[in-house]
Design a protein around this ligand. Sequence first.
Ligand code: ADP
Ligand code: MG
Length: 342
Amino acid sequence: MSHSSVLLQMENLSVTYFGPPDVVAVHGVTLDVKRGEILGLAGESGCGKTTLIGALTRLLPDNGEVTHGRIEFDGVDWLGLNEREVDQWRWTRVSLVSQSAMNSLNPVISIGEQITDAIFAHEPRTPKADGWDRARSLLRMVEVDPSHVHSYAHELSGGMRQRAMIAMALALKPDLVIMDEPTTALDVVVQAQIIHEIRSLQERLRFSVIFVTHDMSLLLSIADRIAIMYAGEVVEVGTRSILNHEASHPYTRGLIQSFPSVFHQRTRAGIPGAPPSMVNPPSGCRFHGRCEERMAVCSVYAPEDRDLDGIGHRVRCHLFGDSGITDRQPLAGRGEGSGKSC
Ligand SMILES: Nc1ncnc2c1ncn2[C@@H]1O[C@H](COP(=O)(O)OP(=O)(O)O)[C@@H](O)[C@H]1O
Ligand SMILES: [Mg+2]
């Protein structure tokens, strides 16, 4: 087993949904998750966040397939594991809290049975009473009254259901908890409470978290590092502090400005235009059609990743390129076929 500080490494990962039409929903994503960190993943709806999570959890729908790249989890080739191995890893190494807790919880089985089922399935020698004690203390840990072990999903409020899902996700002490818009359906007060709890549980238990949301201001307050997705690609990655103070990709800056921030008291500006079609993505930089700083080069050549500070503030934008093709001149006269397109 590896002892590197990196728990999960995605390399040049692409995911296609086969149609027709075929949709390349994730395109060339390289990203890691360090041990004990909260990695935020942000981007507008439809940019491929849930698809990326589907690849990571091996829960893509039937027409979805990883067509390129590699995922290494704790030194193991994650995409090379068979279904049985993936089942063994699920809940014990990686668990998922999805957007809709109501749909993920079984309506005809009590909360306690669902938690203990997971415990007994993976740790069959656990005495029954111990399993139920653990379910109660897990509920207590997420601030749900332990008497709710006997409740059914419909008897709980939305916030309590989501807490119960988090309790379940933590039941077998996984190394990585993936949360895909876990609080989006909840009101802001409950959302804030739950996020505060996730942060304090994570600090205590030191698991890693991938926290997915379209709400950038949330990540700017809780994540250790943040990755920004646009049209299937990661366009910027950096620490929370870097993104708070030195966000560099024009899309990231637009995204930050479109949410009122607790730090900056900005007004909502929004990014003009809509995300491009994923069936037929734009040439060059996928953001060029909406970018206020676009140059002639942007519609022709796809930008490559650039590590701006040498320690992981990575940006995919021609403004930060270092080659001769990043000038602001029109492209007339430039040879064809030498560039790279998506
Ligand atoms: N099962 C599917 N079949 C075909 N296309 C899909 C499927 N699921 C999602 N997509 C498409 O993949 C793209 C990314 O979707 P998704 O990963 O859900 O984005 P996000 O979670 O960021 O909102 C979208 O264009 C969406 O329409
Ligand atoms: Mg989603």
